[in-house]
Design a protein around this ligand. Structure first.
Ligand SMILES: *[C@@H]1O[C@H](CO)[C@@H](O)[C@H](O)[C@H]1NC(C)=O
Length: 374
């Protein structure tokens, strides 16, 4: 559906922007611990980049338009966040065994068939054993599903973009015999027997076009759902102005940029390097107990404002995204967590996207972060 939605802009606002200052050769940011929420009007406003901006607020945040909802505790938020991260990571895991299990409920993405010269919706499914992909029209107004089989000269076959289905290559293909109950069920769509006693069907559509052939059965595979995530590759992290110097291979499993996940998930090697560098810059604050999935926590008792080392994400290609102070801390903890292992896909969560205008150029697969957008 990329052609329908070429640009997606997200603005994660409702927090104060904060200033950076330098000290001891390290750069710091000031974070107010009791920020006053700045809630904008829920109206769409034209944006400087030419589109239209709609304020986006966390449903449990201070500017949530859903006021009646019971406020969740941070622990509950983080617990749910972990369930979401697990779900995303399962979709990317190489041995996703659960996907092979026969399921009674499956969701299959549909696309508009404009590339196939039809304005009907089409799906790509697997037919036969081994499964081969066939793109078919979804037509709830018809009873018979059909694909064009080899050999099928053109005409009488319709011209088709993909390859013809080859029944001889599928070990589960079986034509119905004329005496089979399935054949009788065809009723007025039945078209007699061929010379091999195979059941024949015919369907004539409202526009006068028609299809006829051998009524058969085979295995239908609704292939794994194509992930519709937006990905980015991290290369390193800068803490207090100094690069951690991580090897790019640490991030080889890639990252998903997700507005729905709260806390950013990093490969354990990157997370532990970030955590220690961050703790080094936070020596003035006593450490505190871990909170749920967050284990780099501090005791800020009696403080209104704190100084935290700057954190910047370096993406492959060299783009550096200098996080807002609100994108570094979640309460009294560093707002990052580790994945199970370095081979697991990471996630850039919405805390880290705060105050940025995040542009998803779906058409050209480009992702942009504009700082200070709100
Ligand atoms: C099946 O369709 C083809 C192509 O339209 C047509 O030539 C043929 O007569 C049809 N056969 C039957 C048995 O209806």
């Amino acid at each position: 559906m990329a052609s329908v939605l070429p640009l997606l802009l997200l603005l994660l606002c409702s927090y104060h922007s904060l200033v950076a200052h330098a000290g001891d050769g390290q750069s710091y940011r000031v974070l107010s611990l009791n920020p006053k929420a700045v809630c904008s009007e829920p109206n769409a406003i034209p944006s400087s980049s030419g589109g239209t901006t709609v304020p986006l607020n966390h449903r449990h945040g201070p500017c949530s338009p859903v006021q009646s909802e019971k406020k969740m505790t941070d622990e509950e938020l983080l617990r749910r966040d972990q369930l979401r991260a697990d779900h995303i990571q399962r979709k990317f895991s190489k041995n996703a065994g659960a996907d092979d299990i026969q399921q009674s409920k499956v969701t299959v993405p549909t696309t508009l068939g404009s590339s196939l010269n039809t304005l009907q919706y089409v799906i790509s499914v697997g037919i036969g054993s081994p499964a081969v992909t066939q793109t078919m029209t979804i037509d709830t107004g018809s009873d018979v599903s059909w694909v064009q089989c080899k050999p099928c000269p053109n005409p009488p076959c319709h011209a088709q973009t993909g390859s013809l289905f080859d029944p001889t290559a599928s070990c589960t293909y079986a034509p119905f015999s004329c005496s089979a109950a399935e054949c009788t069920q065809l009723a007025q769509q039945g078209n007699g027997c061929n010379s091999n006693s195979q059941c024949q069907y015919i369907v004539v559509y409202g526009d006068g076009s028609s299809t006829n052939g051998t009524y058969s059965s085979d295995t239908l595979t609704l292939s794994k759902q194509v992930p519709t995530f937006y990905g980015a590759t991290l290369q390193d992290i800068v803490v207090g102005g100094k690069k951690l110097g991580l090897s790019p291979s640490v991030f080889s499993a890639g990252s998903v940029v997700d507005s729905g996940t709260i806390i950013t998930r990093l490969p354990p090697t990157a997370y532990s390097a970030l955590s220690s560098a961050f703790k080094d810059g936070m020596k003035q604050y006593p450490p505190a107990q871990p909170r749920s999935i967050l284990d780099t926590c501090f005791d800020f008792t009696g403080q209104d404002e704190i100084s935290i080392p700057t954190v910047a994400l370096v993406f492959s290609g060299g783009a550096v995204v200098d996080l807002d102070a609100n994108g570094i801390m979640f309460g009294s903890c560093l707002a990052f967590a580790a994945t199970d292992d370095d081979g697991t896909t990471g996630i850039i969560g919405n805390v880290q996207q705060r105050t940025f205008e995040v542009l998803y150029d779906v058409g050209s697969s480009v992702l942009g972060f504009r700082s200070g957008a709100c």
